[in-house]
Design a protein around this ligand. Structure first.
Ligand code: MF3
Ligand code: CO
Ligand code: CO
Length: 396
């Protein structure tokens, strides 16, 4: 803007639509005292033509009037009610450890060419909760298995991309952006996005967070541990895996926790074969975790997976569980033990997603999607030669 007065004359404003000199102001913007630059138009015709793009400006102003949004945080707000509500103030809670939620960024966009699961638009899974596959364990067809292999490989590559950017100073929101972009670049949809209103494209669970942590504005700190849980929807099927990473230099007890959790999953996978009872998985995990002086989370279990994100079988990770049934070739499911440094009990943050340890001590998790084969098991989300070498016990 030319001139040194600092007060813009009406004619010095240009049309928000076409750029020509503007002589009109949107009356709604004037009423809401919104910035004059975005409210200026040359003619009624231009104003009408740009209405669909201009209208959302008013909505944002309304949310800031009600105190839900503020102009200076650019839409970064704390998550409440599973993702259905946001708030500018840190919610009150009897926090169990040192970690706190941070504001989360606005919803990420998925391009039109990506095939969507049925919750993408409104947050509500429709097929999944009503399916027979919540009760009977599906035997996958050759075609389903081939698609599961492809999708699980993509999910692995997406998780590896996330792992490669982890360092002190990066926010979990930035990790989520990497997961989101990598998933879409591969032609997939990030299954967590809007699943029961989950607001982000992956779960990031730091320190005392057991699972389902929401990526937010908190910067990872030297000494943190962080689990990244990725699920990809591609060619009509889901692939699900997670790993827990070290941020900078981590204390020895946390290193022991993460390594023991990795071993729990390896030992559980080693018993998978046709005829094995699902309830044995928890026995193996419980034995190794307790032997190491750790405890096993009970509230979250492994699950069947395929065309549905979560279905039968339900696979507890703790001992003396009542899981029903035996494994059969052609079944696909996840095993994803969550192991705590202290007590097994979990509590829920006010966002209604983040599960934390009740004593505030740390928790670790690893997850794979598995296929039961005639001879044993195929780890569909197995590490690749290209996977980053981030676990010292895997480096020979
Ligand atoms: N990936 C998680 C699992 O292992 C589920 C995340 S659901 C979400 O089952 F909504 F929290 F993303
Ligand atoms: Co899972
Ligand atoms: Co997962």
């Amino acid at each position: 803007m030319a001139g040194g007065s600092g007060v813009a004359e009406p004619a010095s404003l240009s049309c928000a639509s076409c750029g020509k000199p503007a002589h009109l102001q949107c009356p709604k913007c004037v009423q809401l005292k919104l910035p004059r630059e975005a409210a200026a138009f040359c003619t009624q015709e231009c104003f009408k033509a740009s209405w669909n793009f201009h209208k959302p400006v008013h909505l944002k102003a309304k949310s800031s009037e009600s105190g839900i949004d503020t102009p200076d945080n650019e839409g970064w707000l704390y998550c409440l009610k599973k993702g259905q509500t946001r708030t500018a103030k840190l919610p009150y809670f009897d926090w169990t450890g040192a970690l706190r939620p941070y504001p989360i960024s606005s919803k990420r966009i998925v391009p039109a060419h990506i095939d969507l699961p049925d919750w993408a638009a409104d947050g509500i899974p429709k097929v999944e909760p009503n399916s027979d596959l919540q009760h009977v364990v599906e035997i996958k067809t050759v075609d389903q298995i081939e698609r599961m292999r492809e999708t699980c490989r993509i999910a692995r590559e997406v998780l590896d991309a996330a792992a490669s950017v982890i360092r002190p100073g990066i926010t979990t929101d930035e990790i989520d952006l990497v997961v989101h972009e990598a998933t879409i670049a591969a032609g997939g949809y990030p299954s967590p996005l809007n699943y029961n209103f989950f607001p982000k494209s992956c779960c990031t669970s730091v320190n005392e967070v057991i699972c389902h942590g929401i990526p937010d504005a908190r910067k990872l700190e030297d000494g943190d541990i962080v689990n990244v849980d990725v699920t990809v929807y591609y060619k009509g099927v889901h692939g699900d895996l997670n790993e827990t990473y070290f941020v900078g230099n981590v204390d020895e007890e946390s290193q022991r926790l993460v390594k023991s959790t990795y071993e729990c999953l390896e030992k559980a996978i080693s018993i998978v074969k046709p005829g094995m009872r699902f309830r044995e998985v928890g026995e193996v995990i419980n034995r190794h975790a307790t032997m190491s002086g750790f405890s096993v989370v009970k509230s979250y279990c492994g699950h069947g997976i395929g065309e549905l994100f979560h279905c039968a079988p339900n696979i507890p990770h703790y001992g003396r569980n009542k899981a029903v049934g035996v494994m059969k070739a052609g079944q696909t499911f996840s095993i994803e033990p969550m192991i705590n440094a202290g007590v097994w009990r979990d509590r829920m943050w006010p966002d209604a997603w983040t599960a934390v340890t009740s004593d505030g001590k740390r928790s670790a998790q690893f997850e794979h999607t598995l296929l039961v084969t005639e001879s044993g098991v195929e780890v569909l989300t197995a590490r690749l030669p290209s996977s980053p070498k981030v676990f010292p016990w895997l480096n020979v």
